[in-house]
Design a binder for this molecule. Sequence first.
Ligand code: MN
Ligand code: MN
Length: 464
Amino acid sequence: MRTLITNGTVVTASDTVQTDILIDGERIVGLGSDLGPTDRTIDAAGRYVFPGGIDEHTHFGLPVSGTVSAPWQTESVAAALGGTTTVIDFAMQSRGETLSAGIRDWMENRALGSSAVDYGFHITLIDLNEKVVKEIPEVVAMGVTTIKCLMAYKGSVMVDDETLFRTLQLAREVGALVMVHCENGDVVSTLQRELVEAGNTGPRFHPISRPPQCEGEATHRAIALAGMAGAPLFVVHVTAAQAAEEIRSARARGLRVYGETCPQYLTLTEEKLSEPDFEGAKWVCSPPLRPAEHREILWDALADGTLQGLGSDHCAFTFEQKELGRDDFRLIPNGIPAAEERLPILYAHGVAAGRITLNRFVDLVSTSPARIMGLYPRKGTIAPGGDADLVLFDPEPEWTITGVTQHSGIDYSPFEGLPMKGKVDTVLLRGEIIVEGGRYVGALGQGRYIPRKPYAEAYGPLTV
Ligand code: MN
Ligand code: MN
């Protein structure tokens, strides 16, 4: 089937042009005018046409704190409605087991047959046992070319510096990229214990237990370890001015260090944690929301190239699930849903607010993540040969986010009341319309596993 998208303004990371797009089956086959006979025409007048969003940071169906985050069946639909056509979710190793067992578990028991959008996996390494040391090349051959380590969550998934350093060395040998959650886990666990022992058990003490310096220190250390291993590094969810500064300084020295922030850190502040009646628990995520002064620094870091991506860190829990920590903030499941809001928030509060250009917006929500994560040029741009993953975006509507307008499988929105401009109208996944007029019209299971390439952009010169 040949589909023509006509009358739209096509936006990539480098260009904004009036052009038609011809799709044949799953792929884009032509750009221009007079592209020949077609079976179907989509009129994109008055709308931008963006490459499908790539969200490199989701947790759909993640077991955590004795419960499980909202599943692929609802959350991948929310992502699609927000203009995201590919997610990369974090599969997790079980202690003593292999990485590939964790990846197979995530593939077969979570995503397979349940995803509205295309997907890949990172693997979270918690235990560098001998089986893992041997299997890393096999994991890369499965298309899982990113390994995540956490420097926080002491006593559960935190790795020590030796494990992180050896992982960086092993990853470098096979062209894998290490992603790192940067917070000093020893500091966090000490501050948490002191707070709870003093009777400070409510949600508002969560950010006090994880100060910005604790993120800055771990970011500095991770960059230093990556430098000594000669390996590139991707810093997930940068929230603090201190962390952004470490990345900016490393890149100025020519180190291949990349980073993302998330919509919640660009729009919300730690005051939310003080909402009464335990409502603050809705905003418990790690690293925590920060004081307002960090927000403008993060916007600057997105605009000036210090950060290359905007992941959602989507991890949705109902308020009932959050209640697991009513008597102790350490037991509140950490996470905020933002996959649906990610691209529209960056448009409204970035482009429409004059903080970033339209082309930088596309770069951040799609192109740079595709390059760094080994999906480019199949994904991440609008060019012949690429997958026909496209978003038709109406820049005009003004609206407000509420728990009713969001489609995540939970009962509230952490972005309640946030003013917005611009809406996702139509989304195509490999040539199929999955969102039409802002409604999901696809089928679960349409999303396909996309193996990613090793020796990705991260191993070339510092170009993104
Ligand atoms: Mn994290
Ligand atoms: Mn995360």
